[in-house]
Design a protein around this ligand. Structure first.
Ligand SMILES: CC(C)(COP(=O)(O)OP(=O)(O)OC[C@H]1O[C@@H](n2cnc3c(N)ncnc32)[C@H](O)[C@@H]1OP(=O)(O)O)[C@@H](O)C(=O)NCCC(=O)NCCS
Length: 107
């Protein structure tokens, strides 16, 4: 929370149902902490959070945005692909698990 901007989606009852966090470094924006509570998935909340974070990164001068994910998170990978992300080819290590970077130009 010190290093990133954290966004929260609230239900009408005021409970947090989704989150995303972003940071901008020069022309590159980075996202993490993308999650929607299971009962609220499939309702466009993730897209609203993503579009809000992307809009603010664009306004901050970012030309592209990256994020990291792992193979078991297939629903997240489908969501990112559906929203214009593609693998960058950079693969990191997350406690022994391959960490795949995805990226997207911010036009
Ligand atoms: C990733 C996440 C935020 C996406 O939110 P969402 O509300 O599920 O997103 P959507 O329903 O818009 O899109 C998910 C897509 O995954 C696919 N999908 C749906 N159910 C799926 C399943 N059981 N397995 C794999 N893919 C699935 C579909 O392509 C779907 O898009 P479509 O139905 O519109 O074509 C949410 O699933 C989540 O919180 N997951 C757990 C946390 C997580 O993995 N975070 C990512 C960390 S990198």
């Amino acid at each position: 929370m010190i290093g990133m901007t954290v966004y929260a989606a609230l239900s009408n009852a005021g409970e947090i149902v989704g989150t995303i966090a972003s940071s901008a470094k020069g022309e590159e924006g980075h996202l993490r902490g993308m999650a929607v509570r299971p009962a609220w998935q499939g309702h466009g909340i993730a897209e609203l959070l993503l579009h809000t974070a992307e809009k603010d990164l664009r306004a901050a001068g970012c030309k592209r945005v990256t994020l990291d994910t792992t193979a078991p998170l297939q629903r997240a990978i489908q969501f990112y692909r559906k929203n214009g992300f593609a693998p960058s080819g950079r693969i990191g290590d997350f406690f022994g698990m391959p960490l795949y970077e995805y990226e997207k130009p911010l036009n």
